[in-house]
Design a protein around this ligand. Sequence first.
Ligand code: R5P
Length: 274
Amino acid sequence: MDWGMRNRLARMFRPPSGNSVMLAVDHGYFMGPTRRLEDVGATIRPLLPHADALALTRGVLRSSVPPEATTPIVLRVSGGATVLQEDLSNEAITTAIADASRLNVSAIALSVFVGAPHEHQSLVNLAKLVDDGESSGIPVLAITAVGKELEKRDARYLALACRVSAEIGAHVVKTYYCDDFARVVEGCPVPLVVAGGPKLDSERAALELAHGAIAEGARGIDMGRNIWQSERPVAMLKALRAIVHEKATVREAVTVLEEEGADARGPAHAASAA
Ligand code: R5P
């Protein structure tokens, strides 16, 4: 692996653990103005100092993130379907590698839809993106999307989707936590990070998810709704950092959450928080 690629990975996977806490705010690319992401800039402002990387699209990067920001960017470069469609898998690469380079990003990300109607297309998209990424020294993060079929989040399916993504050349794979997650980790030769999925019943449940994933071999999280749809997003992010970087137990992370717990949400969100 060339120096540029290694350097970009090292920006995102940070000491002291070598793991990564990625903040995902790319949901609008197919869901529109998701609750609490209506004003992305306002949502991420207090969170940015606590994230090892920020995952989003070029439109939101250019419109809502100050260029002075030093947080590494994971740029989503796939899209082309919205929640109005039954089949979400009909995606193409929506951003040229030249634009990703211009934006000085640390990684490029796309969804792969294994087992979906456009499986072939999404895997060929991944292969093309890996070729582009290798040429430019930009790592590729493959997202094993499950679309609307959340029941696909089991070890057998995810192990298949993650392994196929790694075989095609993804440098990092994002997937979901599941029972027997160690089996997914074991079959994937590149680092895995886990998404949070839809908001869980409690903050503790999201901390348990992250703790289970790290304990079973994930190298980080790439989480969105369970952070910024929380009433105390900064405290939640700090609690997750304790798990990902300091091997905190769930109990210790809950203590961080309670101690840091003052709501960091700004006045711009008062209406949606009510
Ligand atoms: C889908 O919109 C994206 O891949 C998200 O970045 C991913 O699902 C992580 O966000 P969340 O934790 O909200 O699922």
